[in-house]
Design a protein. Structure first.
Length: 296
């Protein structure tokens, strides 16, 4: 069962200590690049970069469009760390492995996490190429007990029963919308609810209809476990989905989604996503109070 594996505090600390011995950067902001969005790391200046295979304790990326590199650098006066490649449950990683980097970031002093993903749209108003600011999520694996926080709680990171209402920071969501207006891209940006399903198959039509009825705006196979672990340890979270395809909801529709198409939309929209994230990081305020204050 995925959730049984446990990782000790010492193991997270060892990885954080190794990284701190290899780079002078002390990141305040962490960015996770979704499928095809690895170029977000290109904006960082004075880079130190590490292959996941060289980082003690790090899992390995196995999905095309996820390079498997951790990049540290400066962006508009903030120190950042960027995951070029995330880990998904369907790759066979335990949920605590898929979220391993989040707690390492916490120990590095990160205060804000930016998660990005590629997602299929269920909402009629969301077209391929649109950007959805994540207002909330439905963690389907989590609802049935596949939760990275299952098992003994590590009080050093956070409480046994963390609240998840408000896990996507409202201030950052408003700031992102304001920036979108100023950059002239608000026309294809809106807030919505992201749902995580286990994958790796895309949805059947009946599943798509079910998700639509449940109020899901966009669906993907990642993000929710990362956000749960980040919120548990007191990180502020901002998330966005790049809509890469419409999820087929009609038996009359012969369209068929594939991963190549998902990556292609990422490439087409890379510049817009980069500009938005760069400006958001530049204008966000950082409270340097990362002291595991969420812990009980
Ligand atoms: O969520 P990210 O990593 O962006 O990737 C999304 O795109 C892949 C499918 O094309 C799935 O892994 C899905 O979760
Ligand atoms: N589950 C799921 N994940 C995706 N990632 C990108 N597009 C999709 C989609 O349509 N469904």
């Amino acid at each position: 069962m995925h959730s049984k594996e446990q990782i000790s505090h010492d193991e997270y600390q060892k990885t954080a200590d190794w990284l701190m011995s290899q780079t002078q950067h002390r990141p305040q902001v962490a960015i996770i690049c979704g499928s095809g969005l690895g170029m977000l790391a290109d904006t960082l200046k004075c880079q130190d970069s590490f292959a996941y295979s060289d980082i003690p304790g790090f899992p390995q990326s196995t999905v095309q469009g996820h390079a498997g590199r951790l990049v540290f650098g400066e962006l508009k006066g903030k120190t950042c760390v960027c995951m070029q490649g995330r880990f998904h449950m369907y790759e066979g990683h335990s949920l605590c492995k898929t979220t391993f980097p989040i707690r390492v970031f916490k120990l590095l002093g990160v205060e804000t996490l930016i998660v990005t993903n590629a997602a299929g749209s269920l909402a009629d108003g969301l077209q391929p190429g649109d950007i959805m600011i994540i207002k909330d999520h439905i963690n389907f694996p989590g609802l049935v007990g596949l939760n990275p926080l299952s098992g003994p709680n590590d009080d050093k990171f956070g409480p046994r029963f963390p609240a998840m209402s408000g896990c996507y920071d409202k201030g950052l969501r408003c700031l992102a919308m304001e920036i979108a207006k100023q950059q002239g891209v608000a026309g294809f940006m809106q807030e919505g609810v992201y749902a995580m399903v286990g994958g790796p198959n895309f949805e059947t039509i009946a599943e798509a209809r079910l998700l639509h009825r449940l109020g899901v705006d966009a669906v993907g196979m990642s993000t929710a476990p990362e956000v749960v672990v980040a919120t548990h340890c007191g990180l502020r979270v901002f998330g966005l989905s790049l809509i890469t395809n419409k999820v087929v909801k009609s038996y009359e529709d012969s369209e068929c989604v594939n991963h190549e198409g998902v990556l292609e939309v990422g490439r087409l929209r890379s510049h817009t996503v980069q500009q938005l994230v760069t400006e958001l990081i530049s204008r966000m305020e950082i409270n340097n109070n990362n002291n595991t204050s969420n812990a009980v």
